[in-house]
Write a protein that binds this ligand. Structure first.
Ligand code: HEC
Length: 118
């Protein structure tokens, strides 16, 4: 983990910079590694070493992805699922723009077996 990535995340986490600056694609990939991998897997497929523990959506499944709109996915990222029980809400850390770009630039480009990384 590199300090230049952690610092803006820390500020956003503290609520100071939530809307202030849009994250770069690499910052969004790093954010995915730190916040999403435990349920969605390193490659976003929700498959991997953790096997059945990972119950997240498979972002590498083209058919499933085709059924989701960018707006719905971005809304889920900001609101979470089942009051944060199945999936936590990230609205305190990702602006609407960040959530949209997490969908279009990171999740829609996920490939099975290829780690999502900066
Ligand atoms: C505690 C586990 C958990 C974490 C952490 C988590 N998710 Fe999820 N996520 C889920 C589950 C469970 C689903 C629903 C899977 C399904 O319905 O097939 C889901 C579904 C989704 C969906 C599909 C939503 C839709 O419209 O149906 C998106 C997009 C998503 N997650 C993005 C993220 C991102 C981005 C992060 C990190 C910032 C993240 N998730 C972190 C568990 C998690």
């Amino acid at each position: 983990m590199r300090v230049p990535i952690l610092l803006p995340l820390f500020l956003a986490g503290a609520g100071l910079a939530a809307q202030a600056s849009a994250k770069s694609t690499d910052e969004l990939r790093a954010f995915f590694q730190q916040n999403c991998v435990k349920c969605h897997g390193v490659d976003g497929s929700a498959l991997g070493a953790d096997g059945k523990k990972l119950k997240g959506f498979d972002f590498t499944n083209a058919a499933k992805m085709a059924n989701q709109t960018d707006a719905d996915m971005a809304r889920t990222i900001r609101k979470g699922l089942f009051f944060g029980w199945r999936m936590p809400a990230f609205k305190g850390k990702l602006s609407e723009q960040d959530a949209n770009r997490m969908v279009t630039d990171v999740l829609r480009k996920a490939q099975k077996g290829k780690a999502i990384a900066p």
